[in-house]
Design a protein around this ligand. Structure first.
Ligand code: NAP
Length: 241
């Protein structure tokens, strides 16, 4: 039984991480921007009253992250796994608003900065906020959901500036964090989840959210503190930076 916290837990990969953890008997904290509007999580919470707690968290809000930390601290003395899953891509606001982070001739600073805030900066701020609980965890880990699109060596075409660069930056932020917290015994990894059938990945994607999240959790169990700060595929293959 692990004590697990997931961000962006209301749908897609986040919801699948929650379902997978509940099946394993974990104690789960599902962080979501609007708990009252997340029907899937409300339903799960009714079925798993002792196991699942919904926590309000817009990941860019330091006030909400602090409140979430205090809420979780009332239930558990330590955290074994923090999953930084919440993220946006150029299509998250709708196709018609994608251009300013996607195409060279349409780039705008503000939408790019928001993407960096959500995808790159918030994960390290949330992890830092929960560090006192992680330090008291059992073989604790931070699993960061990155992307193959964050790989610099894998970039072979133009466009998609905001998303690709925000995941590259996430990789660097969490690699720095990994070395900062290594002495405290907290393991930190970057994961490419694969191409997954979610609102973001679309229905033609090759993996289901269940397959991707189950594989990442299995891989995580085998990773050591010596491998902290490394970048992996969902199935544990090393990923090129
Ligand atoms: N699907 C793929 O093929 C794929 C591939 C590579 C990487 N990824 C990464 O996997 C992660 C999950 O993506 P997904 O495919 O499950 O996408 P999704 O279906 O679009 O879900 C995104 C999740 O992130 C949450 N979120 C977005 N902005 C947030 C914020 N500011 N604060 C809190 N929560 C926020 C959303 O919450 P709301 O419901 O409140 O909007 C939602 O729960 C992301 O980091 C994504 O970049 C996905």
């Amino acid at each position: 039984m692990a004590r697990v916290l997931v961000t962006g837990a209301g749908r897609g990969l986040g919801l699948a991480f929650v379902q997978n953890a509940l099946q394993q008997g974990d104690r789960v904290f599902a962080c979501v921007r609007k708990p009252e509007r997340s029907e899937a999580l409300q339903e799960l919470a009714k079925q798993h009253t002792e196991q699942l707690t919904l926590v309000k968290l817009e990941v860019t809000s330091s006030e909400e992250a602090e409140a979430a930390f205090h809420a979780v601290s009332q239930h558990v003395k330590g955290l074994d796994l923090l999953i930084n899953n919440a993220g946006i891509n150029s299509m998250s606001q709708g196709k018609d608003k994608a251009g300013p982070t996607l195409r060279l001739n349409e780039l705008e600073a503000e939408p790019m900065l928001w993407m960096f805030h959500v995808n790159s900066i918030a994960p390290v701020m949330v992890a830092r906020q929960f560090l006192p609980l992680l330090e008291k965890g059992d073989n604790p880990a931070v699993l960061n959901v990155s992307s193959w699109l964050g790989s610099i060596s894998g970039k072979s075409r133009g466009g998609n500036y905001g998303y690709c660069a925000s995941k590259t930056t996430l990789n660097m932020m969490m690699r720095a964090f990994a070395f900062d917290v290594k002495e405290q015994g907290v393991r930190v990894y970057l994961f490419n989840p694969g191409w997954v059938q979610t609102d973001m990945g679309g229905s033609k994607a090759s993996l289901t959210p269940e397959e991707s999240t189950a594989s990442m959790r299995q891989t995580l169990d085998q990773l050591t503190l010596e491998q902290t700060g490394e970048f992996f595929d969902w199935n544990g293959s090393p990923h090129a930076w």
